[in-house]
Design a protein around this ligand. Structure first.
Ligand code: FCB
Length: 444
């Protein structure tokens, strides 16, 4: 076909996203460390990518040299506040240094304040005596930490994510049970969700008090949820219920001031108007069918489309139209949209190039529809510790050898470099990196 190119607007931000526990290493004072020590994960985070040992420098170099102009990272509550009445100024210094490192490389920083982990003094899954976000005191404790942290780091950024994927946090920790504390109890899950909304609202206010020009939001994981059999009213019902809980509960609470969960509605008036932008994490689409035996999962059995293009470990189906749907959904809130995560696990890097290309195409469509998408953060820069799945899933543009800490550039990193440097996706790039996707993106 004739050459073709889709071009992004000037000033579009391209980056990658990371999270403290997944890259820093030596995080031994939080609930995930306890969870790993209790043998609940495939393997342990250990040194991770050794960012705490200073290897963030070489990774930021990689990002900057390959044309990325932004990076989303998270800071670790248990380092900044190791005990209830103790702040660790040296940890804050370290984060300042990292953020300065981004600035020196001309990269915009986005900082997440809570990415799944809690300090042990807030939440110790091995004793359950400190009950994390089940405890009504935690939202205020979180806001105190946020105030302190933002005051210390505000010179380097005004883009803040209060809480990463509160829906995944509540679902995985309190419904499915794969995250600490490993409970399966819908009542507790609801309590946790309400407290997460309260924590977000208090944090939003604290951030704006210390930094007037702050832009604050949550990173929502949006999953496209379809009924397995469109002709089945029960499948349609369960898809609707699951989507409204998983996708809508948090952003709606931050708009309407109510947590709506099945027939319950809990008022959280302080949450009204606490989103300056919507962060969207998108990975895949599920098909659900009604199943009476799945009461704990709200009667829905999830699977992927039958002929799905599946990732290496079967974790993600390549469903780029769901990405379009996610951005359309976010656009309804009338705010700026930041794609805070999107990516796939693929050690062999056979699948990632087409996943990337097809998702970037849908991103471009959304931008050209006039939807306010300002940035795209790919998950992730370097292979990192994938929670309960440990090192079995490799999401990095760079491969990591955890024994030697050596990085190796995958071909997707070359591909992403071309996208970032030209602010575009061209037919030549697709032909080079994933010719199998040509027909879908640049058909003859
Ligand atoms: C998201 C998490 C992120 C990473 C990716 C693969 O749910 O926010 O930390 O684990 O999945």
């Amino acid at each position: 076909m004739a050459k073709a190119k889709i071009q992004f607007p000037r000033g579009f931000l391209w980056g990658t996203a990371t999270a403290a526990h997944q890259v820093e290493g030596q995080n031994t004072n939080n609930n995930w460390h306890a969870w790993e020590e209790a043998g609940k994960t495939v393997d342990k985070s250990g040194l991770a990518c050794d960012w705490w040992g200073g290897r963030w420098r070489e990774d930021f170099d990689r990002a900057a040299e390959t044309g990325q102009n932004a990076h989303r990272l998270s800071v670790e509550w248990s380092r900044i506040q190791p005990e209830r009445d103790r702040w660790d100024e040296s940890a804050l210094d370290r984060y300042r240094e990292m953020l300065r490192g981004l600035r020196d490389r001309n990269m915009t920083a986005m900082v997440t304040l809570h990415h799944f982990t809690n300090p042990l003094w807030v939440d110790d899954p091995s004793t359950d005596s400190r009950s994390g976000w089940e405890n009504d005191e935690t939202p205020q404790l979180f806001a105190d930490y946020v105030r302190k942290t933002v005051s210390a780091l505000k010179e380097y950024t005004n883009l803040w994510v209060t809480i990463n994927e509160p829906n995944v946090y509540a679902y995985s920790g309190y419904v499915e049970g794969a995250f600490p504390p490993g409970k399966q109890d819908l009542n507790i899950a609801l309590k946790v969700m309400v407290n997460l909304v309260r924590g977000h609202a208090l944090a939003y206010k604290a951030i704006h008090e210390v930094q007037r020009e702050a832009r604050v939001g949550m990173a929502h994981q949006y999953r496209s949820i379809y009924p397995q059999k469109t002709y089945s009213p029960l499948d349609r019902w369960v898809a609707k219920v699951q989507s409204s809980i998983f996708n809508d509960l948090f952003p709606r609470a931050a708009t309407e001031g109510k947590v709506k969960f099945l027939w319950k509605s809990i008022k959280v008036p302080e949450a009204v108007g606490t989103q300056d932008f919507l962060g969207v994490n998108y990975y895949t689409r599920d098909y659900v069918s009604f199943d009476l035996r799945m009461a704990g999962e709200l009667f829905g059995r999830r699977s992927f489309r039958q002929d799905a293009d599946l990732s290496e470990t079967g974790f993600i189906a390549n469903e780029p139209e769901g990405f379009h749907e996610a951005i359309r959904w976010a656009n309804r809130f009338g705010k700026d949209i930041i794609v805070t995560e999107n990516g796939v696990e693929d050690a062999s890097d056979e699948f990632r190039p087409r996943y990337l290309a097809q998702h970037i195409e849908h991103l471009w469509r959304a931008v050209n529809f006039g939807w306010r998408v300002k940035a795209y953060f790919h998950w992730s820069l370097v292979d990192n510790f994938e929670w309960e799945r440990g090192w079995t899933q490799r999401f990095g543009l760079w491969e990591l050898d955890i024994e030697t800490q050596k990085r190796r550039k995958r071909k997707s990193a070359d591909f992403y470099e071309e996208i970032c440097k030209t602010n575009s996706l061209s037919s030549e790039m697709v032909k080079e990196y994933c010719p199998e996707a040509m027909e879908k993106i640049f058909p003859d």
